[in-house]
Design a protein around this ligand. Structure first.
Ligand SMILES: NC(=O)c1ccc[n+]([C@@H]2O[C@H](COP(=O)([O-])OP(=O)(O)OC[C@H]3O[C@@H](n4cnc5c(N)ncnc54)[C@H](OP(=O)(O)O)[C@@H]3O)[C@@H](O)[C@H]2O)c1
Length: 359
């Protein structure tokens, strides 16, 4: 958009399919006291965005809302009382919603400086996916070198981050994926298990006899129970997602959206309790980036800065599935829902879109 006072953002007008994403042209937002206006260079597209669009994610805002969990952008205008940031600086944030826009205003405390020279799409991949992976590996699972782990959805956004960080931590890794993702999983150091044609519990027993130390399960529902069966005695399932609530991007059951949200939380609770009560000392622990960030914002910032450093040193290299211009957000959701995507889909400011691995 050429008018210097206007900008474009995407809004979800009703809960449903990709057609719920609409373009809105409006005046640019003005930063309030303590806020910074950011010109968005890159916004991540992730399954949690799709779940919010469908109205089933626990964090879903009321309608209409702008989706977008994570962003990287340039500081464009400072509100009153801003002391630690300056115009032109590159920053990252996890606003949970609102990132699908040309401009956003955020409180100064939400913004984390990004080292210069990083690609914005690669940098934004760290904010949601890699912080999630990092905190689950080093916090929830407290992994140690040589341990054996099973990663579900290993070619996806969080899954590929777990593989890259797991390799740095010298883990022995197995990863479920569809046939599209097998070569990616192998190239990132995991042994692929085709979840559509193989039984992962049988495969894990065949590879390891006693089972793995940790399973990272973003699939959710009754799948968590199967993951528990792949554990050795004393092992841990880290449960962090509800991918199984969607098929082809749409709800997998006729339950109301409210009941979906309630059921997902109830199943987590049930499995956590079962982990304590049943024999075998197998624990199920939940992980939520939004709750960790709310409760321990300093840790979120510290972990993201550590990850930017790893990217800067080229010790990690996020996989970018495809870059879309912001105005093509609907196509980005359609691609994600089709499945078989390896890595992260990113919305970029107009002009810098390009095709990558999933062409
Ligand atoms: N708790 C948190 O803080 C947190 C943070 C971030 C994400 N999440 C959750 O994590 C999950 C993954 O998010 P994402 O952005 O990484 O999604 P993504 O990039 O779409 O990756 C999901 C992957 O799962 C695979 N998959 C689908 N069904 C599977 C099954 N039954 N078994 C094994 N793999 C399967 C898909 O493979 P194919 O497409 O090839 O079938 C895809 O590669 C979502 O549920 C999301 O809500 C939670």
């Amino acid at each position: 958009m050429n008018d210097q006072r206007r900008h474009t953002r995407i809004i979800v007008t009703h809960y449903g399919g990709p057609d719920a994403l609409q373009l809105l042209e409006e005046d640019r937002p003005e930063p309030k006291d303590g806020e910074v206006r950011v010109r968005v260079l890159a916004a991540g597209v992730s399954l949690p965005d799709v779940m919010m669009r469908e109205g089933i994610h626990p964090e879903t805002p009321t309608l209409p809302f702008t989706p977008g969990w994570d962003l990287v952008g340039v500081v464009d205008q400072l509100g009153n009382g801003i002391s630690t940031l300056e115009r032109g600086q590159i920053v990252a944030a996890l606003p949970i919603n609102g990132a699908y826009a040309e401009f956003v205003c955020l409180p100064q405390r939400e913004l984390v400086p990004v080292p210069s020279g990083l690609d914005a799409a690669e940098a934004v991949s760290l904010v949601l996916n890699y912080v999630t992976a990092y905190q689950m590996l080093h916090g929830s699972a407290n992994i140690r070198p040589g341990q054996r782990v099973l990663i579900h959805g290993a070619a996806g956004g969080v899954g590929s981050a777990l593989l890259q960080l797991g390799r740095l931590a010298r883990l022995q890794m197995y990863g479920t994926c569809s046939s599209h993702g097998a070569s990616t999983v192998s190239s990132l150091g995991g042994i692929p298990i085709d979840y559509q044609h193989q039984d992962f519990v049988t495969e894990i027993r065949r590879f390891t006899n006693e089972g793995v130390d940790v399973v990272f399960d973003g699939i959710g529902g009754t799948h968590i129970w199967r993951s528990r069966k792949a554990l050795r005695s004393g092992g841990t399932v880290v449960a962090y997602g509800i991918t199984s609530s969607l098929h082809g991007g749409r709800l997998t059951s006729g339950r109301s959206r409210g009941r979906h949200r309630f059921r997902a939380v109830a199943i987590f609770g049930l499995y956590i309790a079962a982990g304590w009560l049943l024999p075998g000392r197998k624990r199920v622990v939940p992980y939520s980036i939004q709750w960790l960030k709310r409760l321990r914002p300093g840790l979120f910032r510290e972990n993201l800065i550590a990850l930017f450093d790893l990217l800067h040193q080229q010790k990690i290299r996020p996989l970018i599935a495809k870059r879309f211009p912001l105005v093509e957000a609907r196509h980005a959701h359609e691609l994600l829902e089709k499945g078989g995507v390896t890595g992260k889909i990113v919305l970029v400011s107009n002009g810098s879109a390009s095709s990558e691995q999933n062409e």
